[in-house]
Structures are given as C-alpha cells and as structure tokens.
Design a protein around this ligand. Structure first.
Ligand code: ADP
Ligand code: F6P
Length: 320
C-alpha cells in the first residue's frame, strides 16, 4: 500500500482541519496509508507521526487551529535537517506529502520534491499573500473575525465620539486590512502596498468627514505599516479627537472556520490527493477565478500578485 503524509506548517489558519480531513478521507478511499505528521517539518525530521483513518478526522471540520499542530522549524532549512526528514520518509516508505501552509512551507516542499519526495502544497494562511492564489484557506474566517471585532470597537467609539485605530495582521500584505476595512466602513485603510501620506490620507480625510457631521472614526492599519500606538497619539494631537489604538493580534487566527474556508479546504485537500495518486508531485494547489487549479511549485513561487487598486480606490471613495 502506498503511504502518504500530511502536515501543517507555519502560522495556523482556520480551515486547515477541513483540508486535513479531505486529505485523510480521500487518501483512505484511494487505498493510501495516510500518516498525520505533527508540528510541521519538525515532526517529519523526528518521525513524530501516526497513522490516520476515516475516524481520526471526525468532528474537526468545525474546529479552528490544526489537529496536527503547526510549527516554524528553522532546523529543517539546513541541509542536515533536510537529510533527517528524507531519512524518515525513506524509513516510513512515504511516497508523497501534502504540505498545508504558506509560501515558506512551499519552499520546504519544493526542496523535498527536488530530493525525490513528491510534495503537493495547499495554501493555508490568513494573510492571503501567496502569489499564485487568489484565495488562501483561513483568509475569509480571519476577515470575518476582524469585522466582528471592529464592529464592537465602533460601538464604543461612537458612544464616546472617538477615533479607533485598529492594527490587523497580514505580515507584509494588506489583503486583510483592505477587505475587512471596506466591510467595517473604515474612514482610512493603510496598507504596505500603497504609499500613504499621513496628513493627506488620515488627518485631512478625518477633517473632511468631520465637516459633514461625522464624530467617530475607524482607521484600519495593516501590521506591515505598524506604528499604531504612535499614530493614535498623533491623530489625537492633530485633530483633538480622543483616540485609542487596538492591536487585534492572534484572535484573528483562531475560531471556527467560515463556510468558504471549509469548502475551499475540502476541495483543495481532495485535489492534492488526486495529484499524488497520479504520481504527480512538486505542485501547489491554488484557487484562481473561483476554480481550483494546480501549478508547478517553482512557477508558483516566482509569481507576483498585486493589490487591486480599483478596490483600494473604491474603499476610500465611499468612506467619506
Ligand atoms: P509560512 O509557510 O506560513 O510562510 P514560514 O515562512 O514560517 O511560514 O515557513 C514555515 C516553515 O517552512 C519554516 O519554519 C521552515 O521549516 C520551512 N521553510 C521556510 N522557508 C524555507 C526555505 N527557504 N527552504 C526550506 N524550508 C523553508
Ligand atoms: O502568517 C500569519 C501571521 O498571523 C501573520 O499575519 C503574522 O505577521 C504572523 O503570522 C504572526 O506570527 P506569530 O504567530 O509567530 O506571532
């Protein structure tokens, strides 16, 4: 019987469990022995894994996080670490691995594929920052969490005529900030992809809306911009509007996955197994224009994706 493995690596994301479930269930149905590898590449290097069956993935589709746990594993990036992982794969007769994670994890999958262990990557990160994918598992849930949290902040900001500066995650990317900013009706959204001018894009915008009667404000700042506390202080000094800063942090990574993350995770998990069944490795499963497709990992890692400026402009056009 052919043995395959599945692991989750890098930051956890809601919907990873749906993908694991799909890999395990479709793997078992296709006659594979499926090994669940714990804590990403750490588990692969140290043989921390167990055989999964149809029931190992019961009652997980609704759960955030990852039942396989996740880790960042600097040792795996060294040649010595890589060789440890390959030795374990050989010992276990592992003929393919599904790697659920971000593009760092895909680099690891590429390196393993190059050394004869076919890997298929599934994009799992709240940041939506993987170039070959329009959508990554966890992004939708995370944005919904941001929206819910900012709605709460809006209640208190409105009650006190305050400004709320909210920093959201996304590493170097502004996708979470931009789209949740639209959903929250933010006055200004600052993202690393678009240079901004503090006076023009924050202060002037606030003053303009103040003139039309607005008394409370939501400013969304992507973590790639940073400086949220200082920005709040400066806003209060320059506008006289009492201002509070909130850094939402890891609440954005947790929670029960949305419909979209469960469905996309399930579809991607099944396609990854189909590829391994055909003996195809070194691929990344991706969503493009609402279709689930796959790419060569090298090709995927060399792609670039840009923020849609129409969406950015629309956000600010209607925030007046
Ligand atoms: P993400 O997968 O979310 O981008 P990281 O960048 O932290 O998260 O990567 C997760 C893990 O993938 C790292 O801890 C490391 O084990 C592995 N990895 C990252 N970059 C590389 C690389 N260039 N080569 C090999 N493995 C890598
Ligand atoms: O990649 C997901 C993410 O949550 C980023 O948005 C954030 O920059 C980073 O991970 C936080 O990493 P850690 O969990 O190691 O603090």
């Amino acid at each position: 019987m052919k043995t395959i493995g599945v692991l989750t690596s890098g930051g956890d994301a809601p919907g990873m469990n749906a993908a694991i479930r799909a890999v395990v269930r479709s793997g078992c149905e296709n006659g594979f022995r499926v090994m669940g590898i714990r804590r990403g590449y750490n588990g692969l290097m140290y043989g921390d894994m167990y055989e999964m069956n149809l029931r190992s993935v019961s009652n997980i589709i609704n759960r955030g996080g990852t039942i396989l746990y996740s880790a960042r594993s600097p040792e795996f990036k060294t040649e010595e670490g890589m060789q440890k992982a390959i030795a374990v794969c050989k010992e276990m007769g592992m003929e393919g691995i599904v790697v659920i994670g971000g593009d760092g994890s895909f680099r690891g999958a590429r390196d393993l594929s190059l050394r004869g262990i076919p890997c298929v990557g599934i994009p799992g990160t709240i940041d939506n920052d993987i170039a070959c994918c329009d959508y990554t598992i966890g992004y939708d849930t995370s944005m919904n969490t941001v929206m819910e949290m900012v709605d709460r902040l809006r209640d208190t900001s409105e009650s006190h005529d305050r400004c709320s500066v909210v920093e959201v995650m996304g590493r170097k990317a502004g996708y979470i900030a931009l789209n949740s900013g639209i959903a929250c009706g933010a006055t200004t959204i600052l993202i690393p992809e678009v240079p901004y001018d503090f006076e023009r894009d924050v202060i002037e915008r606030m003053r303009r809306t103040q003139k039309t009667g607005k008394r409370h404000f939501i400013i969304i700042v992507a973590e790639g911009i940073g400086g949220t506390q200082e920005m709040a202080k400066r806003i209060e000094e320059e506008t006289g509007v009492e201002t509070r800063a909130t850094i939402l942090g890891h609440v954005q990574r947790g929670g029960s996955p949305s419909v979209r993350d469960r469905v996309v995770g399930s579809k991607m998990g099944c396609l990854a197994v189909e590829l391994l069944k055909k003996g195809i490795g070194n691929r990344v499963v991706a969503m493009q224009k609402d279709e689930i497709v796959d790419f060569d990992i090298f090709e995927a890692l060399n792609m670039h994706k840009t923020i849609d400026m129409n969406v950015y402009n629309l956000a600010h056009k209607i925030s007046i």
